[in-house]
Write a protein that binds this ligand. Structure first.
Ligand code: DGL
Length: 269
């Protein structure tokens, strides 16, 4: 791999939910330049087949590599579950890759929980990736997984911290499978926005964990061991690109990124 420190980090998601991950990386590594790609033309990935998600992810991987990135962060659990291994194989040696599943799994198995719950999109739950990896790394851990497909559109419409969101989340979490869990894994990059609400519903005896901290720490670790941390002295200008533009996407970015940003439209297909 012939990357250099000044190259950007590419980050992608099906849309704008992955901005939660981009934000965490920018906070942790303020000298790094970010090129974010949200595949708004094809969202949601959570309802797509693994083949479709792989096809979109390969197109985005090529686009980001053409922009000269030193690392690609798959800031989407659905794409991490379906396409991480394909991206690694296809673009072998061309840049570093970080997905959002492995860091969360590694964090979880260090906590010596007896039972955990996992909520995510249909694509992530259908892949059984979390269940397999958690049980591989901590045999005996009880895992109850459930797809919660109403949560992504609910969050994107700005419906959280209100009665409607409370009822939807509570209805999902009332499932008997979640009884006696020590922790709930938020295996979708949209869900950090409802983390506090979920904490209130589950109470203090259940840890509620998302992948943001673990994934951004993994980005720092990989850049450090590969001597690829940016030496820039001034904060760089980031780019935020989407494959389909509407003013409503731009308005919604505020929710996930917590500050205004300008979306560039670029059609890669
Ligand atoms: N943010 C994506 C994830 O982490 C879900 C959004 C979608 O379904 O496109 O899986």
């Amino acid at each position: 791999m012939s990357a250099d420190n000044y190259q950007a980090i590419g980050i992608f998601d099906s849309g704008i939910g992955g901005l939660t991950v981009a934000n965490a990386i920018i906070q942790r590594l303020p000298k790094e330049k970010i090129i974010y790609f949200g595949d708004t033309a094809h969202l949601p990935y959570g309802d797509k087949s693994p083949d479709a998600i792989r096809y979109y992810s390969l197109g985005i991987g090529k686009f980001l590599l053409d922009q000269g990135v030193k690392m690609i962060v798959i800031a989407c659990n659905s794409a991490s579950s379906a396409a991480y291994h394909v991206l690694l194989e296809f673009f072998k040696g061309q840049c570093l890759f970080v997905n959002v599943v492995d860091p969360l799994v590694q964090y979880t198995v260090k906590q010596s929980y007896k039972k955990v719950g996992v909520i995510a999109t249909k694509a992530t739950i259908g892949s059984r990736m979390y269940e397999q990896k958690l049980k591989e790394q901590q045999p005996g851990l009880e895992v109850f997984s459930m797809a919660t497909p109403l949560l992504v559109p609910m969050i994107e419409e700005g419906f959280f911290k209100n009665e409607m969101s409370h009822n939807i989340i509570r209805t999902y979490l009332d499932h008997p499978g979640f009884r006696n869990i020590d922790a709930l894994l938020l295996a979708c990059t949209h869900y950090p926005l409802i983390k506090n609400e979920i904490r209130e519903i589950l109470g203090p005896s259940v840890d509620v964990i998302d992948s943001i901290d673990a994934a951004s720490a993994e980005v720092e670790r990989q850049l450090t061991v590969n001597h690829l941390l940016s030496p820039l002295a001034v904060p760089p200008e980031h780019r935020f690109i989407v494959s389909d533009y509407t003013p409503s996407f731009e308005a919604t970015t505020q929710l996930f990124y917590q500050q205004d940003l300008h979306l560039e439209h670029y059609s890669i297909w």
